[in-house]
Design a protein around this ligand. Structure first.
Ligand code: AP5
Length: 203
């Protein structure tokens, strides 16, 4: 079974930017790592069903629909090829819905997400995250809130990460993605994930 590292962070923290470069670096070092973006899989199904027109509409769907999409995506992930050393699962510990924060990992999808051996929580300065969101014109994030809400969301992620860590018995690595220092963040995470891969092989 492929080892899974769950990678989370508030939207705009730069997790997609960091992990796409991490996978390239791991490849150059001879490791076979693959990114699965949870939102992409949910979006594919949601589009097929005509539920949404873009990814930013998913978090506003009725929670029952989101639970369904979340479970379908987890089933898909559990059937993925097992020919890789590591899957980096790009996702969220919570989603901001109109009813409040809703868990991205819970009893709804944990039964399908086997092989989780690491949680990586990416953080950055809330002011920087706010500016990154504003620069990204491809997304509709006007409902994401102020700098103080970003700060509160990052704290909420820390609380949530403890429950995931306890559930899977896996470590939580907190990675800072500082402004203009993506290279440094990538190198730091590559070192951690090399340990994850070698530990998994020993197991
Ligand atoms: P998802 O696909 O994860 O999208 P998102 O979190 O809204 O946004 P991104 O992932 O695009 O942000 P990011 O943090 O990766 O930032 P990026 O690298 O782009 O989720 C979409 C939806 O799917 C969710 O809303 C939800 O509905 C659903 N979903 C997902 N998982 C789910 C689950 N488990 N259960 C239920 N629903 C789920 O970077 C942003 C910008 O910052 C870029 O311009 C980049 O160039 C810049 N940048 C990055 N790093 C730096 C740096 N160090 N310095 C300067 N600029 C930087």
């Amino acid at each position: 079974m492929a080892a899974i590292a769950i990678v989370v962070g508030v939207p705009g923290v730069g997790k997609t930017t960091v992990i796409s470069r991490v996978v390239d670096r791991l490849g150059a070092l001879g490791y076979n790592a693959e990114i699965i973006n949870y939102g992409d899989i949910m979006l594919k199904k949601a589009l097929e069903l005509g539920l949404v027109e873009n990814r930013d509409e998913m978090r506003k769907l009725p929670v029952t629909k989101q639970l369904y999409l979340q479970r379908v995506a987890a089933e898909w992930i559990s059937k993925r090829s097992e020919e890789v050393d590591l899957i980096l699962l790009d996702t969220h510990l919570f989603i901001r819905t109109p009813r409040g924060r809703w868990p991205g990992i819970s009893e709804n999808n944990i039964p399908y997400l086997k092989g989780v051996v690491q949680l990586v929580l990416i953080e950055a300065d809330p002011e920087d995250i706010s500016r990154r969101r504003m620069r990204d014109k491809s997304r509709i994030r006007s409902d994401y809130g102020s700098v103080s809400e970003i700060e509160a969301d990052q704290l909420y992620n820390r609380y949530m990460s403890t429950s995931i860590s306890i559930r899977y018995g896996c470590p939580v690595y907190i990675l800072k993605n500082e402004e203009g220092k993506v290279d440094e963040a990538v190198e730091e995470l590559v070192k951690v994930l090399e340990r994850v891969i070698t530990d998994s092989r020993v197991d």
